[in-house]
Design a protein around this ligand. Structure first.
Ligand SMILES: Cc1cc2nc3c(=O)[nH]c(=O)nc-3n(C[C@H](O)[C@H](O)[C@H](O)COP(=O)(O)OP(=O)(O)OC[C@H]3O[C@@H](n4cnc5c(N)ncnc54)[C@H](O)[C@@H]3O)c2cc1C
Length: 341
């Protein structure tokens, strides 16, 4: 029987475990956190509806807390636009802990051997590669693949997240708060709000200042301390496979650089990781969008008067920005049309 070891039980590792079992692969999954701690990493907990194309169909959806159909977009503190009927905004705020525990229960019921509280040391990777037919790096950081694959474009930015109380944002509406080199969010989550901020800033105090402005603007009170983490903005690494080692999810930089959205791409990459054409499929189905979003971000960072761009871009442009649909030449055309004229 074909044997796989997966390291990391985030959305990527759990998705890979499920799809591996569908192919009758014997799967062992190791996670350094305990079941109760998982997930350790803070998250905005927003998912678009598109994710259901990749999630196991039989998974219970009791992790959904809010159905989102609208977004208020602010830029530098000014309300710029209300988005409605936009496919990406049509989504959910979830209880990520419940989401992962449902995935874990399903994987276990299919015969995955899931071992919690077990850190697998990256220096074991060669032994693992000779012992298993597949070694899947789903560590979120690329702890295993880093030794063999090119991580030169892997970049992260600091992010802060917390929960807050208040009542100024409707339960079906998210707030996206753009700033010069980053973004903040307010997502309604049951009787709380999930709030956070991230950006290309060296000084973490800038992030605190931005989130304080957001808290004051929406009259929100923190219910716990802000927790720090990092999120990828460099786009996917170029190669995802080395011999029988494969890398998925954020461990491969699979996050939309412009929005920080990574759960969908983690689950999607896990769903195809055992395909012989894994790398090719990833690039043709998702990778090109993620790469576009890095180019867009790099261009946006160079533009001085972003407020003007934010005001005159169309809803279609926003959708294409958030979803990585614009190629570099199209982005440049937009830059000339809106900003340099
Ligand atoms: C503050 C913040 C807000 C975010 N908000 C959103 C959002 O709203 N929507 C969205 O789609 N995305 C969001 N993201 C991104 C999203 O959380 C990640 O892209 C996604 O969780 C990646 O999933 P993953 O399975 O690849 O990695 P992870 O979720 O990072 O999981 C990796 C797992 O591997 C384990 N691990 C690591 N090393 C080892 C080891 N050596 N041995 C054993 N176990 C190991 C870790 O403990 C962890 O559980 C956010 C990220 C941050 C930081």
């Amino acid at each position: 029987m074909v044997k796989a070891i997966i390291i990391g039980s985030g959305p990527a590792g759990l998705s890979a475990a499920y799809y591996g079992r569908l192919l009758d692969i014997k799967v062992e999954l190791y996670e350094s956190a305990s079941f109760d701690e998982n997930p350790l990493k803070p998250c905005g907990e927003a998912i678009p509806k598109f994710i259901f194309d990749y999630l196991p169909r039989e998974m219970e959806r009791d992790y959904i807390l809010n159905y989102i159909k609208r977004a208020y977009f602010y830029f530098n503190g000014e309300m710029i636009r209300e988005f409605k009927n936009m496919p990406l905004i049509d989504g959910y705020i979830i209880d990520k802990k419940k989401f992962l525990s449902n995935m874990a229960e399903l994987a276990k019921s299919m015969g995955v051997k899931l071992i919690w509280s077990k850190f697998v040391h990256p220096n074991k990777v060669m032994d693992l590669m000779s012992e298993y037919d597949y070694v899947i790096d789903a560590t979120g950081k690329g702890a295993f693949a880093r030794r063999f694959l090119d991580y030169s474009n892997y970049k992260t930015i600091p992010v802060l997240q917390a929960y807050a109380k208040g009542n100024s944002v409707p339960e079906d509406t998210i707030v996206l708060w753009g700033v010069d080199k980053g973004y903040a969010w307010v997502f309604p989550r049951g009787d709380l709000y999930n709030i956070g901020v991230g950006g290309v800033y060296d000084n973490p105090n800038i992030l605190r200042k931005i989130i304080n402005e957001v808290l004051i603007h929406f009259n929100l009170k923190l219910v716990n301390d802000l927790r720090g983490a990092s999120v990828s903005i460099g786009g996917p690494i170029k190669k995802l496979v080395y011999s029988n080692l494969r890398v998925i999810g954020e461990a491969a930089g699979m996050v939309m650089a412009t929005t920080g959205e990574g759960i969908r791409f983690a689950v999607a990459s896990g769903s195809i990781v055992f395909d012989d054409r894994y790398e090719e499929r990833f690039w043709s189905e998702h990778g090109w969008k993620l790469r576009n979003s890095v180019k867009l971000l790099n261009l946006l960072l160079k533009i001085k008067n972003k407020t003007k761009l934010a005001r005159i871009a169309t809803d279609n442009d926003y959708f294409a920005f958030f979803e990585g649909l614009y190629s570099f030449s199209k982005i440049l055309k937009i830059g000339f049309k809106y900003v340099f004229r």
